[in-house]
Design a protein around this ligand. Structure first.
Ligand code: B12
Ligand code: SF4
Length: 549
């Protein structure tokens, strides 16, 4: 492979695509596709109760941390910020990170680089590289498919097999709910840990799996529990966190690694919380006790559909599993696909009811979407079922089908998707209520548990439940009455139970903070109704920079 003539002395700019994002524009921004995880695809029908937060672009942060060249990461720039950065510094290499929906922005950014920094080499990476024929759509010198750290190391003439250095990443920022921005104190937000990329399960629609090699393949950054433990200890002390968002598509699948991590956590008395992604079958490799001792407090669980044939679900009763996890204080974020092959206008309502019936803490709904690069995309293309003239900016799973479904029309796909979000909210209430309930149940079950690490974790959660969350319940109970009286009564019941356990604090916070939250919730509701949106801040981070001058 060609190596950059300046090797590790080359000056690198790594940028995410430009914003603003939550608006309709000619570059592919869509108001329906904000740069927010929850409000985009999980709690978007929950109005002012929707969880609002931003996540950094971890792929380019990982690359920056693992090369010795002087490197700037520019996250969430506006076009002017990107232009300014290009002209203020003479970059040898400009790397642009993007997913498929944002290909129009990549095109514009390549054009800007050619104009403003003509000597720079342009490298495009991330999922956008999976688009067949992307070379003809954007004016880049290199399109990088798959894992980017090793590519960039090779390109700079560095050792691609050197151990991976994990940057200290705060998982989310500028969190808001019920019209209140949560304070950002050190250690208050989980740290993101990325043990691997890809997933060996190889579900036919899955872009993450396909991008890193497909079925049976993935790229491990940390092979064993010991390595992972060391990284987590370092990040714990750098960021002062107890809580980790483990960004690994199927973390629990590798039982030996997870169990070794547990051993090390026990030896060192670590009372950590882990948020993980897992398939139902992978969870079944553990007892509830093991999960709780490992600190698993939040699981993103693919439910897909009761009639789907996905291997990860075979033999799993997801309804019972969800109940059991929540009873043990583990929050569940379900994920259901709308528009699978067997769905019809006649059975879709039942399928949605079934999904809603899981009563998860959070529920993501996504349209079945053949994304370029996946097995499903190939099949649809072969069958001539891909719809022509669909802008890639609209292929994000939250709008309408990009293929011809056997029974459901493109316009109806959106209606069913919206119905699923609404039904989940209406029937189960705000996610903040549901997770408070799960945390409280966990504490009741484990407050006297023999392992002090576990007691400590649930006690930490209770500090929030008996104060701020309890006050939020007070406001929710009133505000949700107009949506669903039954759920409002359930919220009241939960508040009473919390009040019995913590009579003084719970009463005081509900009386003092509750009305404030009710007021801010209503104010937020009005603001959202007037079209209010949120955008992430622009962030510039330089590494190995001083030595570059
Ligand atoms: C965090 C995240 C987000 C964050 C945004 C982060 C950001 N700043 O952009 C939020 C929550 C806002 C988000 C939103 C969306 N996301 Co998202 N997101 C993720 C998630 C969960 C993690 C990404 C990550 O950091 N992975 C770990 C890093 C290390 O991997 P990586 O980013 O792929 O980077 C590696 C390589 O790709 C490569 N690379 C990346 N960039 C570059 C650049 C260069 C120059 C080079 C050389 C290499 C390179 O090297 C990296 C290291 O190996 C992934 C799923 C996943 N497991 O990856 C989905 C994922 C990226 N999101 C996806 C989608 C579709 C969306 C949304 C459209 C929502 C939706 N409806 O699903 C929106 C789009 C918002 C918008 N307006 O752009 C899809 C992308 C599909 C595709 N084929 O394009 C993914 C893969 C999920 C999925 N399986 O469907 N997302
Ligand atoms: S289990 Fe999840 S991450 Fe793995 S291939 Fe299937 S959908 Fe993708």
């Amino acid at each position: 492979m060609e190596i950059h003539p300046k090797g590790s002395r080359a000056r690198i700019l790594l940028s995410s695509v430009f914003g603003p994002y939550a608006q309709d524009d000619e570059f592919g921004s869509r108001s329906i596709n904000p740069m927010e995880l929850y409000h985009n695809q999980v709690t978007r029908a929950q109005g002012s109760f929707s969880l609002r937060m931003f996540h950094r672009s971890w792929g380019i942060m990982m690359i920056q941390a693992n090369i010795s060249a002087p490197c700037t990461v520019l996250d969430f720039p506006k076009r002017e910020d990107f232009a300014r950065e290009l002209t203020a510094n003479r970059y040898d290499v400009v790397g642009i990170s993007s997913i498929i929906v944002n290909v129009g922005k990549v095109k514009e950014m390549c054009r800007m680089v050619r104009e403003l920094s003509p000597d720079s080499v342009i490298v495009v990476g991330g999922h956008v590289a999976a688009i067949p024929g992307v070379e003809a759509m954007v004016d880049a010198d290199h399109i990088v498919r798959g894992e980017g750290i090793s590519w960039m190391r090779r390109y700079l003439g560095e050792d691609e097999h050197a151990p991976i250095r994990h940057p200290a990443i705060v998982s989310g920022m500028q969190t808001r709910i019920m019209g209140v921005r949560l304070p950002e104190r050190k250690g208050g937000t989980a740290a993101t840990i990325i043990p691997s990329v890809g997933c060996p399960m190889g579900c036919n629609f899955c872009t993450t799996s396909a991008f890193f090699g497909g079925k049976g393949k993935f790229v491990n950054f940390y092979e064993g529990g010991d390595e992972l433990f060391e990284v987590m200890c370092r990040i714990e002390s750098e960021l002062k966190v107890h809580s980790f968002f483990v960004m690994d598509e199927n973390f629990l699948l590798y039982r030996p690694r997870a169990m070794r991590l547990l051993e090390r956590m026990k030896e060192a008395g670590k009372s950590w919380e882990l948020s993980v992604f897992s398939s139902a079958n992978a969870i079944r490799k553990y007892t509830m006790q093991e999960l709780v001792e490992l600190g698993v407090s939040w699981v993103w669980l693919g439910l897909e559909s009761p009639n789907s044939a996905y291997r990860k679900l075979q033999g799993a009763d997801t309804m019972q599993l969800t109940r059991e996890l929540r009873d043990n204080g583990i929050r569940v974020q379900g994920s259901t696909i709308i528009g699978l092959e067997h769905h019809t206008p006649e059975n879709i309502a039942d399928e949605i009811e079934y999904a809603v019936g899981h009563q998860t803490d959070f529920h993501q709904f996504m349209l079945y979407t053949p994304a370029p690069g996946t097995q499903l995309y190939k099949e649809m293309a072969e069958q001539g079922r891909l719809l022509q003239d669909i802008d890639l900016a609209d292929v994000h799973g939250q709008y309408k089908f990009n293929f011809r479904h056997a029974a459901i029309s493109r316009d109806d796909s959106k209606k069913f998707l919206d119905r699923a979000f609404w039904r989940d909210f209406e029937a189960n209430g705000p996610s903040l209520y549901r997770m408070t309930q799960t945390m409280f149940q966990g504490w009741q079950r484990y407050k006297d548990y023999p392992d002090p690490r576990v007691r400590e974790r649930f006690a930490r959660e209770m500090n929030k439940v008996r104060s701020a969350y309890n006050a939020a319940l007070w406001a929710m109970e009133r505000e949700f009455r107009k949506v669903n009286r039954r759920v409002s009564d359930q919220i009241h019941f939960l508040r009473r139970e919390i009040g019995k356990e913590f009579p003084v604090v719970a009463r005081l916070t509900a009386a003092l903070l509750g009305p404030v939250l009710l007021w801010s919730t209503r104010r937020e509701e009005k603001w959202l109704a007037s079209g209010g949106t949120y955008e992430p801040p622009t962030i510039v981070e330089r590494r190995n920079w001083i030595s570059a001058f």
